[in-house]
Design a protein around this ligand. Structure first.
Ligand SMILES: Cc1ncc(COP(=O)(O)O)c(C=O)c1O
Length: 289
């Protein structure tokens, strides 16, 4: 079951006009919310980021936070899986084609869910392959916009190279990956680029930084040079669907040094375990706590 503009229906019945600006211009924003045991994870944070994306593109939020929570709850209840990914999208709505944002449009609001399948135990144990590509996206990567053509091109290049992700560099510095944030380990310290207009402020990134802080694991949020990425002891990617995943080969070369090169590192194992613990504790907490 999906939701479109006030109604619930099977996905086959959900239709939008061809002049919808989401279709014509990619003029819309979205969120992807992981759901574990039918409970949305970090819903408040996702709704706050949604609000920021809407404001950045001059759209007003069609629903109050409580209404979003209610709607997300209904979508979760209306779908068969215990663990889900709830996808929601707001576009500026249908209008005569014109680049300037027209005034007074009725936004299109769409929500769907799919099954959430986290990385397999085998993938967590082995880690994944990535390639490094130039970040040729725009300069507002902080907006979670549905205009994802560049990200799709970059991810497709990674897939064609037999890799799970494309890690992106701009002017000699690490930004993020095509659909995830990136952390590295250098001299035993975890490094991640600071939030800026060049990366999406990941909700999973925040969870990982909180875990690092809470467990006094050495870390620095600072700009990361491409050379540091390429010589890292460990590389991790984070996203709502992949949680924390080790990257164990970069451009075909093993990540890390010594005998453990090409295998997920010790810090990854620790963070992964802490992340799972944190998730379980949140899911055990009383509802609406
Ligand atoms: C470009 C990009 N960066 C980072 C992320 C990670 O964000 P989150 O942890 O909120 O899923 C995503 C998520 O899909 C993304 O598309």
């Amino acid at each position: 079951m999906v939701y479109l503009n006030g109604e619930f229906m099977p996905i086959e019945q959900a239709k939008i006009p061809v002049l919808d600006r989401g279709f014509i211009f990619g003029d819309g924003v979205y969120e992807v919310i992981p759901v574990y045991s039918r409970r949305p994870f970090r819903l408040g944070e996702h709704l706050t980021r949604l609000q920021a994306s809407l404001e950045a593109v001059g759209l007003s939020n069609p629903l109050a936070a409580a209404k979003w929570a209610e709607l997300v709850g209904k979508i979760i209840a209306g779908n068969p899986w215990e663990d889900q990914t709830v996808y929601l999208q707001i576009t500026r709505g249908p209008a005569k084609r014109d680049h300037t944002f027209p005034k007074g449009l009725k936004p299109t609001v769409f929500v769907m869910a799919s099954e959430l399948v986290p990385p397999s135990a085998e993938l967590v144990r082995s880690g994944a392959a990535a390639i490094v590509l130039p970040d040729f996206r725009w300069l507002r990567c902080d907006i979670k916009s549905t205009s994802l053509l560049a990200n799709c091109m970059l991810r497709t290049a990674a897939t064609q190279a037999g890799c799970a992700e494309a890690i992106l560099v701009r002017e000699g510095e690490l930004t993020e990956a095509s659909a995830s944030n990136v952390f590295i380990v250098k001299d035993g310290t975890v490094l991640a680029p600071p939030k800026s207009r060049l990366i999406l402020p990941g909700i999973t990134y925040d969870v990982v930084v909180e875990i690092l802080r809470a467990n006094t694991i050495a870390h620095q949020i600072r700009r990361v040079a491409e050379s540091e990425l390429r010589s890292a002891e460990e590389i991790w990617i984070t996203s709502s669907s992949r949680e924390v995943l080790a990257i164990t080969t970069l451009d075909g070369a093993p990540v890390g040094h010594g005998g453990d090169a090409g295998k997920p590192g010790a810090l990854f194992a620790r963070i992964h375990a802490l992340y799972q613990e944190y998730k379980a504790s949140v899911m055990r907490a009383p509802a609406h706590a």
